[in-house]
Design a protein around this ligand. Structure first.
Ligand code: ZN
Length: 281
C-alpha cells in the first residue's frame, strides 16, 4: 500500500492517481495521515475493502510530508560504515541518536533556503511508526512500522561543530531541513524490506552528478534493531519518524569538500518510494 499527504489530506496512491481516504472509506478513516496512523491496524485491515473510485492525477507540487507534525523525530548518526569512515569517525557500538526538531519538516518538493555556504546533504531511509512500541525486541521491530519514506537530513556543518560537543540536532533543524516523501510505502511492497537502494543526485549548470548511492542492507543498526534500541528507553508513537542514517558520499567527506549552492536541485531517490526534488534558494 502507498499513502501520501495530498494537500493536507490522506490519500491512497495507485498507478499515479490519488484516492482520498476519507471518501473511499465512507468517512471511517482520515481525513489526514496522522488520523490514519492512529488507527493503523484497523485501517490496514479495512483497506482491501475500499473501492478506489474518483482518483485524481497527482500534481507533485501538492504532495506534503507523509507525517506533517510527528510527535517525535529520531535521527541516527554514523549508521553506515563507509560514511563513518569518510568523516574520520569510528563505527559506533551503539546507535548515535539525536533529533531533527519538528519545525524543520517539509514536503518532497519544498524549496530549501540555505542559511550559509556550509550546507551538506544526507539521503536517508525514514521509518514511520505505525504502532506504539515500548520494550520491543528486534524480532518484533518491523511489526511496529507502518511504512517507509525518503528523507534528506540537510546539515549545516559549521553549526554542527559549534560548542563543546556536536550540535547535530540544531545544525540539522533549519527551516525545511527535513523534507520527507513523496510516499509512505508499507514494508510488504518492497522485494526486500531490509535492502532498499537510496541515492542523492545534484542537478546544476554542469549537469547531473550522483553523489550518494547506497543500500539499507549496509545499515549498522537496521530498522528493527533501531525500533528495539529506542523502545528500550522510551515509547514510540504512531507517526513518529526515524531518520536511519546516511551512506557515504556527503560533501564533507570529499576532497575538496563540496557544499550546496543556491540554484542547485537536490534529488533524493529511494527505490520503491520515489523521488524528492528540492530546489535550493
Ligand atoms: Zn543524517
Amino acid at each position: 500500500m502507498k499513502l501520501a499527504n495530498y494537500d493536507g489530506r490522506a490519500v491512497l496512491v495507485q498507478d499515479g492517481a490519488a484516492y482520498d481516504v476519507e471518501h473511499v472509506s465512507n468517512g471511517r478513516f482520515g481525513p489526514d495521515t496522522a488520523a490514519v496512523l492512529r488507527d493503523w491496524e484497523e485501517f490496514t485491515a479495512a483497506a482491501s475493502t475500499f473501492s478506489l473510485e474518483q482518483g485524481v492525477d497527482i500534481d507533485p507540487s501538492l504532495l506534503g510530508p507523509p507525517v506533517a507534525a510527528p510527535r517525535q523525530i529520531f535521527a541516527i548518526g554514523l549508521n553506515y560504515r563507509d560514511h563513518a569512515k569518510e568523516t574520520g569517525m569510528q563505527a559506533p557500538d551503539e546507535p548515535v541518536v539525536f533529533t531533527k526538531f519538528q519545525s524543520s519538516i517539509a514536503g518532497p518538493a519544498a524549496e530549501v533556503q540555505l542559511p550559509s555556504d556550509f550546507v551538506d546533504w544526507e539521503a536517508e531511509l525514514v521509518v514511520v511508526v505505525g504502532k506504539e512500541a515500548r520494550n520491543v525486541s528486534a524480532d518484533q521491530g518491523w511489526d511496529h512500522v507502518a511504512g517507509l519514506t525518503a528523507g534528506q537530513d540537510y546539515s549545516e556543518r559549521n553549526v554542527q561543530k559549534r560548542g563543546a560537543s556536536p550540535q547535530f540536532s540544531l545544525a540539522k533543524s533549519f527551516a525545511n531541513f527535513s523534507p520527507t516523501g513523496p510516499l509512505l510505502v508499507t514494508p510488504d511492497e518492497f522485494p526486500d524490506r531490509d535492502a532498499i537502494g537510496l541515492s542523492t543526485t545534484i542537478v546544476n549548470g554542469s549537469g547531473e552528478q550522483v553523489m550518494q548511492k547506497g543500500s539499507s542492507a549496509d545499515l549498522i543498526f537496521d530498522v528493527p534493531t533501531l525500533v528495539a534500541k529506542l523502545s528500550e528507553v522510551l515509547t514510540l508513537f504512531p507517526g513518529d519518524l526515524i531518520f536511519t542514517g546516511t551512506p557515504a558520499g556527503v560533501g564533507i567527506g570529499r576532497d575538496p569538500k563540496v557544499f550546496l549552492q543556491r540554484g542547485w536541485t537536490v534529488v533524493t531517490e529511494i527505490e520503491g518510494i520515489g523521488q524528492m526534488r528540492n530546489v535550493l534558494v
